[in-house]
Design a protein around this ligand. Structure first.
Ligand code: ADP
Ligand code: MG
Length: 138
């Protein structure tokens, strides 16, 4: 059993695709354990994306993630971390595997490299623990 953290990014909420994402999580046999909707802040995003702070595209991430409310949650299940990453598809929607959430729904990248890839998933068990503490810790 593992627990992972997912985020439905602003475009997913705005386009009315939150239910679709939750349906895919549940249909896969995972059990939702926490969920909340909120407006992110620069401060919490800097913690969540601390490994990317120095990247030239960090401002694009920030602008994107602050565009509107997001849904943050966790779920448990067998091999949850890796299975959710596969269910999402790779980072760039244009390269995401057929049938993955990012291939089916995400948008971009455009000529500026802007992409809206709709969902987040922790990339390791350690990252999941760290991110759950950031979003749900006391
Ligand atoms: P993932 O979300 O697949 O784990 P990363 O951790 O590498 O991908 O990046 C975090 C997020 O930052 C991505 O989901 C995407 O929203 C954004 N991002 C990553 N790389 C770029 C890029 N080259 N240009 C613009 N945004 C990016
Ligand atoms: Mg990542």
């Amino acid at each position: 059993m593992q627990e992972t953290l997912f985020i439905i990014k602003p475009d997913g909420v705005e386009r009315g695709l939150a239910g679709e994402v939750l349906r895919r999580i549940e249909r896969r046999g995972f059990k939702l354990t926490r969920i909340k909707m909120l407006q992110a802040s620069k401060e919490i995003l800097a913690k969540h994306y601390e490994d990317l702070l120095e990247k030239p595209f960090y401002h694009q991430i920030e602008t994107y993630m602050l565009e509107g409310p997001i849904i943050v949650g966790t779920f448990t299940g067998s091999d949850a971390v890796k299975t959710w990453r596969k269910t999402m598809g790779v980072t760039n929607p244009a390269e995401a595997e057929l049938g993955s959430i990012r291939a089916d729904f995400a948008q971009g990248p455009d000529e500026n490299g802007d992409m809206r890839n709709m969902v987040h998933g922790s990339d390791s068990v350690e990252a999941a623990k760290r991110e759950i503490e950031i979003w749900f810790g006391e």
